[in-house]
Design a protein around this ligand. Structure first.
Ligand code: KG4
Ligand code: ZN
Length: 333
C-alpha cells in the first residue's frame, strides 16, 4: 500500500490531498479571498496566506482521509511553475515534513499535474492523447505520450486564456477572478450579439491580447453613446466574449488533432471549468469521433489531488528528489 501526501501552493490556493494506491481520499482547498479587492493575485499576500493556511489544510486532509500522519509513505509538492514566494511555502513545508518523518520527497510540475488529473477517475485517456491546458497563467496544447513524457505543440504568445477572461471581466467592471462570472452571464446572453476579431496566428500557438483590446475599444465607444451600456448588455457581452475565446481554443485543438491523428482529447486547468468550452468540446468530439475527457469541476482549478496523483505515479517508479531541491517560477511541461 502507498499513501501519498500532495501539496499545492503555486498561486492563490493552498491545498493538500491524500492519495492511497491511486485513489484520492481527500482534497482540501483553502482559497484566498484577500486578492479580490486588488483585482488580481498579490504575490506577497499569497505567500503570507499560504503560510497561515498550510498546516491547518494538511491537518484537515489527513483527518478527512482517516489516516495517521505516520502512515504517509511520500510527500509530493508543486515545484513550479508559479509565484516563487508561494511555491517556497509548499516546498519548505514538504521538505520539513519529509525530513521529520524520514520519507522520500517528490517534485511535481504543476502543468503536468493539471493534465494528470485525468488519472484520478475513470474513464482515463489512453496514451498518446492531446490535452488543451488552459489556466490563469498558461494556454498550451500538449501531446501526452506517457505520464511524464509530454511534448508542447503550441502555447500562447501573450495572454493566457484565463487571463483573457479575467482581463475582459475587469473591462466589464466584474470582480476578480472574472472567468466564472463571465461564464454565468454568458448563459443568458446571445453569443453572436457582438462581432469580435479572430487572431491570425500560424501553427498551434495562441494570442488573446488583440481580443482584449477590441473589447476595450468596443466598450469605450458604446459607453460614450449610452452610459448604461454595460448594465443593459452585460449578458450579451459575456456570451460574445466567451464564444470567441472558446472558438479560438477549439479551432487550434481541432488543428492539433488533425495534424497528429490523435483521437483521445482532453482539457485541463481552471478554464476547463467553463461551460461553453465543455459544451463546445463535447459537440466537436461527436462530430470528429473523438474520445473526449473533461475533468470534474473540483479538479479543473488548482488543487492538491492532481499533485498527489502525479506524486503517486512517481512513487511507483521511485522518482524522488534530494532535500536541497528548490522551487522554480518557470518550468516547461
Ligand atoms: O488553473 P487555475 O485554477 O490557476 C492557474 O494555475 O492559473 O486557473 C484559474 C483561471 C482563472 O483565470 C479563472 O478566471 C479561470 O481559471 N476560470 C474560468 C472559469 N473558472 C475558472 N474561466 C472561465 N470560465 C470558468 N467557469
Ligand atoms: Zn493551475
Amino acid at each position: 500500500m502507498a499513501i501519498i501526501l500532495g501539496i499545492e501552493s503555486s498561486c492563490d490556493e493552498t491545498s493538500a490531498s491524500i492519495c492511497i494506491d491511486g485513489e484520492i481520499k481527500s482534497n482540501i482547498i483553502a482559497s484566498q479571498a484577500i486578492h479580490a479587492k486588488y483585482g488580481g493575485v498579490v504575490p506577497e499576500l499569497a505567500s503570507r496566506a499560504h503560510q497561515q493556511n498550510i498546516i491547518p489544510t494538511v491537518d484537515q486532509a489527513i483527518a478527512a482521509a482517516k489516516i495517521n500522519k505516520n502512515e504517509i509513505d511520500a510527500v509530493a509538492f508543486t515545484r513550479g511553475p508559479g509565484l516563487l514566494g508561494a511555491l517556497l511555502v509548499g516546498t519548505s513545508f514538504a521538505k520539513s515534513f519529509a525530513l521529520a518523518m524520514n520519507k522520500p520527497l517528490i517534485e511535481v510540475n504543476h502543468m503536468q499535474a493539471h493534465i494528470l488529473a485525468h488519472f484520478i477517475d475513470d474513464p482515463k485517456p489512453n496514451f498518446p492523447f492531446l490535452c488543451l491546458t488552459v489556466s490563469g497563467g498558461h494556454t498550451q496544447i500538449v501531446l501526452v505520450k506517457d505520464y511524464f513524457e509530454m511534448e508542447l505543440l503550441g502555447e500562447t504568445l501573450d495572454d493566457a486564456a484565463g487571463e483573457a477572461f479575467d482581463k475582459t471581466a475587469k473591462i466589464l467592471n466584474l470582480p476578480y477572478p472574472g472567468g466564472p462570472l463571465i461564464d454565468k452571464h454568458a448563459q443568458n446572453g446571445d453569443p453572436k450579439a457582438f462581432k469580435l476579431p479572430e487572431p491570425q496566428i500560424a501553427d498551434l500557438n495562441f494570442s488573446f491580447s488583440g481580443l482584449k483590446t477590441a473589447i476595450l475599444y468596443l466598450v469605450q465607444d458604446e459607453i460614450k453613446k449610452n452610459p448604461n451600456f454595460l448594465d443593459e448588455r452585460m449578458d450579451d457581452l459575456c456570451a460574445s466574449v466567451q464564444d470567441r475565446i472558446v472558438f479560438i481554443l477549439l479551432n487550434k485543438l481541432k488543428k492539433a488533432a488533425k495534424e497528429t491523428g490523435v483521437k483521445d482529447i482532453a482539457i485541463a486547468g481552471g478554464v476547463s471549468a467553463n461551460s461553453g468550452l465543455r459544451k463546445g468540446l463535447l459537440e466537436m468530439g461527436e462530430k470528429y469521433k473523438w474520445n473526449v475527457f473533461i475533468p470534474k469541476f473540483e479538479y479543473c482549478t488548482d488543487n492538491a489531488a492532481m499533485i498527489a496523483i502525479a506524486g503517486y505515479q512517481k512513487h511507483l517508479i521511485q522518482d524522488y528528489v534530494p532535500q536541497d531541491i528548490a522551487p522554480l517560477a518557470r518550468m516547461t511541461v
